[in-house]
Structure formats: C-alpha cells, structure tokens
Design a protein around this ligand. Structure first.
Ligand SMILES: [Zn+2]
Length: 249
C-alpha cells in the first residue's frame, strides 16, 4: 500500500539523516511528504529539501503562530516570492493558537495575510488551530477552496463546522492519546480525511522523534474505527492526499 505523509517537518529532525528517514519510509510504502516550513528561518531548508528530492517532497511555506515574533516585517514578500518560485508549493503551516498565545491579535492578522496569498495563488492551506474555534467565525469566507486542519484534536462540533465549510481534517499520532478519538475519527466523511506524521513532533514516546514509517500503524488505528475496510480506507486516503496537494486545479 502507498501512503502520502501530508504534514511533516523533515528539516527539524535531530536524530536521523533525511536520506535514512526517506529510505525507511519508502520501505513502509510512504512515498511522498508535504514538508511544512514554519517561519522564514526554515523556508530555505524546505526549498532545499524539495530541490534534493523533487519526486518525494511537496514544499509548504508558512508562518506558524508560535513563531510570529521571529519573523522580520518583510516576511509576506518573502513568502510571496517563494510561492512564485515554487508553483507546486502549499501555504502553511499557519494558523491560530490561543493556548500558546492568548491574544487574538496579531496572530489573526498574520494568518489572514497567508490566507490571502493562498487565495491569490490558488494554493491549498495547512492550518494549525488550538483552542481557536471562535476566532474562525469571521475567517471562513477568507479561506481558499482547499484547506486542512492538521493534527486535529478539537471538538466534534468544530470538526463538523470544518466539514460544512468544505475543509479536510487530518489526524496525526496525537489522535491515539485523544479520549474522543473514536468519535472524531468516525465523524470525518471519507473524502475529507487525511493522514500525517507531523514528525518529528507528536511522538507517542516522550523524548523521541516521530517516524513517518509508522504511518501504516496510524492508518490501521484509524481503520479500526471506521466503517470502511482497511484496504478501501488506505486507497481513499492516498487519493484524497493526491487531490489535496495537487496545485493548478
Ligand atoms: Zn506541524
């Protein structure tokens, strides 16, 4: 079976070389990766990974709400230049996080700059959202046609809202720690479901880095809570991922 890891930060691994990660993942069927940048400090690393492994890496560039203080004022121009230079790039990881940063401003403004670029260049948007459901009330109309709430761990109510607004929902290994996992997993309509490692983060074991070659195990965990057979689910997850990352549609 083939897999696409729809969210990873390959540039952040400390314990393994990228070539080793990619080889182990390939042996497990994980053949492509959406590699997400989180601030201007790592955008060049993401671009370089794409240049080294163009068959495997889909680059994504964004300013994560945890890093908004690290970005110089010219970040929107830099981001726009990258989207022009890499026509296959997605926008993200970006979003709203009220847990780490209780103030709505300026993170909303920064997020809106990125949604506007995603709309302007017709790119899918990768959203990080923590305790921020109410912030989205005014933002839904500004999102591009394709967007995903990644590593979803919110409420069933928020999940339903995302689906109604046309979004995708992606689960990472963190779903296995979620009390409401069964309910959340069942709630996503099959065509809107995606899978990700969010590596090196969200590791099931403390102090270790999440391995994308473990994605088939996560898929099995999800399949056990879904009405479809595992084969059906895996086929559709791959197809969903291809549809989500495809730019120019
Ligand atoms: Zn991430």
């Amino acid at each position: 079976m083939k897999f696409i890891d729809t969210h990873i930060h390959l540039q952040d691994y400390k314990t393994r070389y990228t070539t080793d990660i990619l080889a182990a993942a390939a042996a497990a069927g994980v053949e492509k990766f959406v590699c997400c940048g989180t601030s201007p400090a790592d955008w060049d690393n993401v671009a370089e990974l794409y240049r080294r492994f163009p068959e495997k890496i889909i680059p994504a560039f964004g300013l994560h709400p945890w890093h908004i203080n690290r970005a110089e004022d010219d970040w929107p121009e830099k981001l726009e230049n990258l989207l022009q230079a890499y026509p296959q790039a997605l926008v993200g990881e970006c979003g709203l996080d009220r847990h780490k940063n209780p103030d709505e401003e300026p993170q909303t403004e920064i997020f809106r700059r990125q949604t506007a670029l995603a709309v302007k260049y017709n790119r899918p948007l990768i959203i990080h959202a923590v305790k921020s459901q109410m912030f989205f009330e005014h933002l839904w109309p500004e999102l591009p046609p394709r967007f995903v709430f990644h590593s979803f761990a919110g409420s069933v109510d928020f999940l339903r809202q995302i689906i109604r607004k046309g979004g995708y929902v992606s689960f990472s290994f963190s779903i296995r720690r979620q009390k409401t996992a069964d309910e959340l997993i069942k709630e996503v309509p099959l065509p809107r479901l995606l899978l990700e490692s969010d590596g090196p983060y969200q590791s099931p074991e403390p102090e270790s880095e999440t391995r994308p070659e473990d994605l088939p195990g996560l898929a099995a965990f999800i399949a056990a809570r879904r009405p479809e057979t595992e084969t059906e689910l895996l086929k559709k997850l791959y197809q969903n991922s291809e549809e989500f990352i495809h730019v120019g549609k």
